[in-house]
Write a protein that binds this ligand. Sequence first.
Ligand SMILES: C[S@@+](CC[C@H](N)C(=O)[O-])C[C@H]1O[C@@H](n2cnc3c(N)ncnc32)[C@H](O)[C@@H]1O
Length: 242
Amino acid sequence: MLDWTSYIGKVFTGDCMTLMAAMPDGCVDAVITDASFPSRADVGGGPGRFAGWMCVMPRITNLALVKWSVPGLVEIAGAVPVGWKWRHTLVWHKPMTHGRIWASSLYPHWEPVVILGINGKRNGARNASDFLSCVPCMKGMAEDVGHPTQMPERVARWLIEDWTQPSDLILDPFLGSGTLAVVAERLGRRWIGCEISPEYAEMATKRILRAREQLALPIEPQPAPGIFKHPTLDLDTEGVPG
Ligand SMILES: C[S@@+](CC[C@H](N)C(=O)[O-])C[C@H]1O[C@@H](n2cnc3c(N)ncnc32)[C@H](O)[C@@H]1O
């Protein structure tokens, strides 16, 4: 039998169904995830796969935050009969994608995050915000590590901070490049991540180790608060009029 506890703070390389099957009832405080779209068979998606995942999750947690595509909302609605209650819908607005036409239809410049809970069980947020505007992770950005559908760290921070407490255990069954794990560690949450592709699992592990090294570094001394000096204006040589 798989010892799931040995994967706390580590990446499980394999199918999330295998990991979740080994987890006992209610062992996870929240699932926060970004599943592969049904259209992305290249990264493990495919029609109908979502339904299988959603049937397993209510056994191990009371709370799931699922970031998915706008067309995927229909499949999320299909998860309600298996025990989930659709509690809230959050909007991640992606400013720089506005108006793109893709596959002859208007490409949505937002993605939904659906908050699913279990009837009769209270869990979740106080002071949560249901809207975040944040550019998607694109090639050449400092945080880009080369995953084709990498979630920005700011989106992960928004979800983790609003919906979990320090030391909570979070599961991301579709870890990809490890964004959820990296941000969870910085925010003092425990996590388990699962990734089916060995290539992405290795990418995530390296990224998490780098983040741990950075966390261990002493914080750079900040300049003492004082007069603001404009980077392009040297007040000593150019002087101040008057
Ligand atoms: C949308 S991506 C997640 C991206 C991630 N949030 C990030 O920031 O990099 C979904 C990931 O799920 C993985 N995946 C697909 N099916 C899976 C399965 N059955 N079990 C585990 N991982 C799976 C894919 O390989 C892909 O990397």
